[in-house]
Design a protein. Structure first.
Length: 110
């Protein structure tokens, strides 16, 4: 896609607000009672320095309530996704650990 439309990485990251909501919409099909608990964020998180989309949601998975956080970016022709989830208490307690893990990710070349 990038070669076909002569798009560079910077331009692709600028357009994350176009493809990330579609990604979240597709993700919602995997869960029952999917509900975003806030709007999509594009400024709070990065993956290895690359602009990323991020959303927190609640849902049911096999009848069990779940709170989740998904952050994703495009680097080259690959989508990188970081997911964290748990029950409400566990999610809130361990969220700072998940944020720290996200900030430590380094993408290595193939």
């Amino acid at each position: 896609m990038m070669k076909q439309y002569d798009i560079n990485q910077s331009t692709l990251e600028e357009k994350i607000d176009i493809w990330f909501p579609q990604f979240v919409s597709g993700l919602s099909g995997e869960f029952d009672a999917f509900n975003q608990t806030g709007g999509v964020e594009y400024e709070n998180y990065k993956i290895d320095g690359h602009k990323a989309g991020s959303v927190v949601f609640s849902a049911n998975l096999s009848g069990q309530p779940l709170v989740g956080w998904v952050t994703a970016t495009l680097i080259g022709n690959k989508i990188f996704v970081f997911q964290y989830g748990g029950d409400q208490n566990t999610f809130a307690t361990n969220f700072p650990i998940a944020e720290h893990m996200l900030s430590s990710i380094k993408i290595l070349d193939d």
